[in-house]
Design a protein around this ligand. Structure first.
Ligand SMILES: [Zn+2]
Length: 268
């Protein structure tokens, strides 16, 4: 018989999942239920990340009635080859009109999938960093197998000590320290709960929790005990619980710190 997973971890309300893709098809059947379940688990706020301008234009309306859902918008590096000057300009206009948009992202470099050429990825990344500077808002970074290029671009463009979240941090202490040295935040996803994530767990044990936020990246990167299923914002409590364990502090306390860090950077 298959063991049923008990989903009984509930944390105080006011928590936040800093990175979800609820506009993807995976949630088209039950978006309302997903958001309600998250609320019941203490996840009062969700930041939905739109991966390109078309997704924003088509799907922003899905969230009209959910006042506690905020947004980021950025052209994902995998979409970089489809982008023109016009898109960058329309992005600026969109940001000026929508007060629930709180950051440019996820933007960056993905040399793992390489869906767009490196030169195109770098160009579009830099253009969007300029947008963030111009609008004076935070950025959310996507970086896969491109750490040194990403860091170099950010440091060269003067992003040290600007508000920035390094999304989906799954690396080691060296990268973590470099991020902290630049004054940025680290966003921890579900895989921290996996047994094999030792390096990441060691990094977390050494990095200060006041520079961390938690995310689901729903529908991806589902934490234990739901690994293998679709991820959803309510499950972010399991990621917070793991961080609390690693840090040796109680989970309610960790939850409060992680949530406050996120609210501060997103101005919630
Ligand atoms: Zn994402």
């Amino acid at each position: 018989m298959k063991k049923k997973i008990v989903d009984n971890l509930i944390l105080p309300s006011g928590g936040i999942d800093t990175h979800a893709h609820l506009d993807l098809e995976n949630f088209s059947e039950d978006l309302d239920a997903v958001i309600k379940r998250a609320e019941l688990k203490g996840v009062t706020y969700i930041v939905n990340v739109f991966l390109d301008i078309a997704s924003y234009n088509n799907n922003r309306k899905l969230f009209e009635k959910y006042q506690n859902i905020y947004f980021t918008l950025g052209i994902h590096p995998s979409e970089a080859s489809k982008v023109g000057e016009k898109d960058i300009n329309s992005m600026i206009e969109i940001f000026k009109q929508d007060s629930r948009l709180r950051a440019v992202g996820e933007i960056g470099l993905d040399f793992y999938r390489n869906y767009s050429q490196k030169t195109e990825q770098i160009k579009v990344f830099k253009q969007q960093l300029e947008v963030a500077k111009q609008l004076d808002i935070p950025v959310v970074i996507h970086c896969r197998d491109a750490e040194s290029d990403t860091l170099k671009i950010l440091e060269d463009m003067g992003f040290k000590d600007r508000p920035l979240i390094w999304h989906c941090f799954t690396k080691d202490i060296d990268l973590g320290e470099r991020i902290l040295k630049n004054g940025w935040m680290i966003s921890i996803p579900g895989p921290v709960t996996f047994k094999k994530s030792e390096k990441l767990q060691i990094a977390i044990s050494k990095l200060p929790i006041d520079r961390m936020v938690v995310e689901t990246d729903s529908p991806f990167l589902t934490p234990h005990p739901f690994r293998g299923k679709r991820n959803e914002p309510g499950y972010v409590v399991y990621t917070a619980k793991k961080i609390a364990e690693i840090k040796g502090i109680d989970v309610e306390n960790a939850w409060k710190i992680l949530s406050n860090n996120a609210k501060e950077i997103f101005n919630i």
